[in-house]
Structure formats: structure tokens, C-alpha cells
Design a protein around this ligand. Sequence first.
Ligand code: JA5
Length: 259
Amino acid sequence: MRLDIISIFPEYFAPLDVSLIGKARERGTLDVRLHQLREWAHDVHKTVDDTPYGGGPGMVMKPEVWGEAIDTVAEGGSPRLIVPTPSGRPFDQELAQELAQEPWLLFACGRYEGIDSRVMAEYSSRMRVDEVSIGDYVLAGGEVAVLVMVEAVGRLLPGVLGNAQSAVDDSFAPGSMQNLVEGPVYTKPPVWRGHEVPAVLLSGHHGKVARWRRDEAIRRTVRNRPELAAALDPETLDKHDRKLLEELAFRLQPEDVAN
Ligand code: JA5
């Protein structure tokens, strides 16, 4: 996969030199190209921003600079253009999997109050353009959001993860415990600072281990992600699950309790 990133702070992307993504780049699985947006600013001050039409606080990134940058980087092809913004569509595991199928992604990192909206309008007729949010909070620019997306997408590429099972076992991945977050995990030693590993995990009883893990996943989902718990498909719940949810004072819809 080819991955281009345009930013006024390409130094933000130093983490892409290490770990999983760094190794994938060394092997040629990932071809990451960083671009300094200011290279396409022509005035002596390398200006990339201007005041917003209609007034208001802050500055807006100039369309001419972005236009030249994207024309150059996308020359000869049609990458999928991803623009991080808190007003975008939510980034989730499903979108990560979709992006992992693409041969070429181009990330455009805004700063200040964002990029003049005509840039997204212009390229929408030439390539797939998505404005994407990684969560409901404000960042100073798109760079950190792009790091998040590149890691989420990069680890899904064939051969990037050591253990091929790891990618499908995750919370939120199809094939994992559907719509439940993962429970707690433990390793040696069996007692650490007085905290014991739950005995069931040392029992060697695979059936009891699986049941316990599912219980813990349900407890955590109810506690930390009540909206996911509320959306659980009753078809995926057995009697034990329903009894546990009842104990947790979690109210199922009446039709879920039939049979
Ligand atoms: C800020 C100019 O979803 C969280 C995000 C916050 C944020 C993003 S994504 N992009 C920008 C930005 O600020 O470009």
C-alpha cells in the first residue's frame, strides 16, 4: 500500500519509523511518503493560512496551496483522500478494514480552523474523499488523528502482524466476541504484590475459562460501554448471559426475554 501524508509538521510522523509500521516499511509492504505542505506555498513567508470569510476566530488553510500539493502528490493516479476533522464520519474498525483494501491513501492534515472546504469539493469529482473523525474531542490539527488511522489500517495489511490471528480476535473485529469489549488479561507471576490471577485461568478447564472470559467481557461492556450492551443482539445471548445481565441490573427489552 502507498500512503502519502501532507502536513506542515511532517516531524509528527517520526513514530512511523518504528515498531510494526516501521518494519512493514522496511519490508516494502507499506510505502509511506511524507510531504511538507509549505513546499507548495510560493510567498516569502510560505503562508498556508488566511482569515476566514464571514469572520470568526482563527485562520483557515488556503485552497491554492492545498490544490498544488494534492495535484502533485496524486499525479498520475487516484488515491483515496482522507481528511481528519472532528466533523467527519466516525473512524471505526469497519472503516479501517475498508481502507486496508485500498492500494493508495492520501492523508491531508489540517491545522488552525481547518482546510478551505472547496478543496474537498474540488477533489470529490476526481477521487474518493472522506472527512473522518477519530472521536468527539478537539485536537490542534489532523496529524495525531492520521497516526491513529495509519496504525489501525497498517496492522491489518497482509503480513504486518506477527500472529495472523491477532487481527481477527480484537474487540470490534468481525469474528471476535461480537459487540462485547475484551475482558482482563493476565500473565506470570500468579501472585503480584498480593494480587492473584483468577484461579479459573490456572485450572486448565477450557470450558470454564471460556465462560469466565465471556462473563468478564459482558461485565466490562455494561460498565464501560452501556450503549454497546443496549445494542446486544439477543440471538447472540445464552441463558447464562441473560442471567448475568439481569444481575448487573441491565434491563433487556421484553421481547428479548421470551423463551
Ligand atoms: C482536529 C485543524 O476526531 C478528532 C479530531 C480532531 C481534529 C481532527 S480529527 N482534525 C483536526 C484538524 O484541526 O484538522
